[in-house]
Design a protein around this ligand. Structure first.
Ligand code: ZN
Length: 90
């Protein structure tokens, strides 16, 4: 039983290394780095957008611009923090 298990394990490991070798042989090192570079680029773009945008989402209404009324159910009142714009300046 144990030998059968270890045999399966080594078999799987061999298949795994074979697959990796085939992958690395097929594509260039730059191609294998492309997903990482893409993720880094997306993070960078989001970082720049977050730092350069002078407006940010209103924390009181969550960007909706309205708050649920406490007096009348199902009605909304204008958010006093952002005056219905949904975003506030820094
Ligand atoms: Zn608001």
């Amino acid at each position: 039983m144990l030998s059968w298990l270890t045999g399966k394990c080594t078999e799987a490991a061999q298949v795994g290394t074979l697959g990796v070798q085939q992958l690395s042989r097929k594509g260039s090192p730059v191609a294998s780095l492309m997903p990482v570079l893409f993720i880094l680029a997306v993070v960078f773009v989001f970082y720049v957008a977050a730092t350069n945008n002078p407006l940010r989402k209103c924390p009181r209404c969550g960007g909706k611009g309205t708050l649920p009324s406490s007096v009348l159910e199902g009605r909304y009142r204008i958010c006093p923090r952002c005056n219905r714009k949904g975003e506030i300046g820094n």
